[in-house]
Design a protein. Structure first.
Length: 116
């Protein structure tokens, strides 16, 4: 079982910045973030694939959020700038592991609250 530990979530004012971090307990093929806002479905936020360093973002966070990581350390960060109230959610880190079926493992989530 791959363990993922997230950190960095807290209360911040609109327009502010936060950096979320996530560490996996073993090597991964890629990592990323989803979020779930109150009363809404889980939403993809950003992902990075170590092979080639490819990154992806949901349109609503492009130009505001940046995903980065360290493949050797099995860590991924999400730098969130110009935060909006709509960014309020529980943010979940995930990792894709080199195992049959390329399973995805999830962290417990970290709360990000953006106040107006």
């Amino acid at each position: 079982q791959v363990q993922l530990v997230e950190s960095g979530g807290r209360l911040v004012q609109a327009g502010g910045s936060l950096r979320l971090s996530c560490a996996a307990s073993e090597r991964t093929l890629g990592m990323g973030w989803y979020r779930r806002a109150p009363g809404q479905e889980r939403e993809f936020v950003a992902a990075i694939t170590w092979s080639g360093g490819t990154t992806q973002y949901v349109d609503s966070v492009k130009a505001r959020f940046t995903i980065s990581g360290d493949n050797a350390k099995n860590t991924v960060d999400l730098q969130m700038n110009s935060l909006k109230v709509d960014d309020t959610a529980i943010y979940y880190c995930y990792a894709v592991v080199q195992r049959p079926g390329l399973p995805r493992y999830w962290g417990q989530g970290t709360q990000v609250t953006v106040s107006s």
